[in-house]
Design a protein around this ligand. Sequence first.
Ligand code: G1P
Ligand code: ZN
Length: 544
Amino acid sequence: MEISVVSTRPFTDQKPGTSGVRKQVSRFRKTHYLENFVQSIFDSQKALAGAELILGGDGRFFNREAVQIILRMAAANGTRKVTVGRGGILSTPAASHLIRTRHAAGGIVLSASHNPGGPTGDFGIKFNVANGGPAPESVTAAIHAASLKMTHYRIAGAPHIDIDHVGHQTLGEMEVEVVDPVTDYADLMESLFDFPAMRALVRSGGFGMRFDAMHAVTGPYAIEILEERLGAAPGTVMRKEPLADFGGRHPDPNLSHARELGELMFGRDAPDFGAASDGDGDRNMILGRGFFVSPSDSLAVMAANAHLIPAYRDGLKGVARSMPTSQAIDAVAEAMGIPCYETPTGWKFFGNLLDDGRITLCGEESFGTSSDHVREKDGLWAVLFWLNLIAARGQPVTEIVRDHWQRFGRHYYTRHDYEEIDSGRAETLMDRLRAALPSLPGRQFGSLQVRAADDFSYTDPVDGSISSGQGLRILFEDGARIVFRLSGTGTQGATLRVYLERHETRPDQLDEDTQAALAPLIELAEEVADIRNQAGKEAPDVIT
Ligand code: G1P
Ligand code: ZN
């Protein structure tokens, strides 16, 4: 096998964001672009030499080409073995699971998550470490540093490698094992949940369910788990064929992108339970009949009911949420007498807490929840958790959530996204707001009094690392909050995210419209940040 050493020059835009490097496909197809980043991984992660690497992605456009390139580069960089999902496919949680069960030194996951795919869409690549989770900041910083001094990359000359049949082959000295992407993951799910009870529920004539795979990676996983193993009616999984461009739509599980599912669930004769996952299978949306479960509420309900699920029968060690996620789970943790950690946005910050045994369950407002069974958020896991809960409690989704609100109060919560803002203007908006923060504490806005205002900084309790500049917070005396941060996953301009929340405990005030219930806070956010003038935006582009 011939190894070429190819001269190249650094690209200055390969700093991993919230979740790896995400760019438009056209950028990734630039000569040497992908190769440079992959070589940066091998250059900075010496543990990969002589070890096993897991490789797979969500099947989007450019996934197959990227897999071929990475296999040849792994062989040229001394990797002992690469385990790759058949067809180059692995959902993000399935990749995390394989890294863990195979004791691999790490994994390369190819995905731009819920961003659109196809030749004019996005692509992404991220490195996961040996615990199965996204690389922590120290590792992404080392990869970035290596990318900035890149002078050459190594690649093996090899014919096309067959990734479409399960089995073993060699590439020079390196072993390549192609595995079924679904089986191990489906077995893991079966080990966590009460499949007999769930089977009885979905097979009972009275229960209807739909899962929208959004033409993304979870199609084959959902067919195997929901239709084959649990016996749900054929057709339960909608948009089940993975497509390289996700059928031209965003594989983003919310009510605008999972429109058909939403129409079904809010229409006449709606099924009892509806759910969806995203491009790479780590996000989830949960719906009851005519009812949307906010991701923050979903996390809190899961924590409060975890003892009903076989895997969590003995209770939770602790829980965690990302800072902008609502405080609904804090209330549950307090009642249960377990710790609740507040981390910056991004799954990588949960890794240490999970590895150290401090938490069992964690989640983010951005439709992500998971537990210590993997080191990524896990879309189908969340769907199965809810299904198990419905079976165990014998109640529909709506009742489960309403009971929860009666017990803990309701944390009205919304996120407003302002997309494709000029990056300079977005930075200026944040700078001005940051400068104004010290003047806010003690100020009264209508019935709201500011208790504190800061730029969120996190000290990891396990390794002591500090992550600062993680979002501007305005905290009110009554527990309400407004948080401002810029997205770290966007690929065009800047996206401003404004997160708004308030806690309501009056029993007759728990069924209000979310936007109406938060209207005073929404107005206040505009007043303090001057979004209209600073960002040139009349209204948010997306409200979740
Ligand atoms: C977004 C979400 C964040 C999530 C990340 C990866 O990041 O807000 O919670 O972890 O996608 O799925 P952002 O674009 O806000 O940086
Ligand atoms: Zn995702």
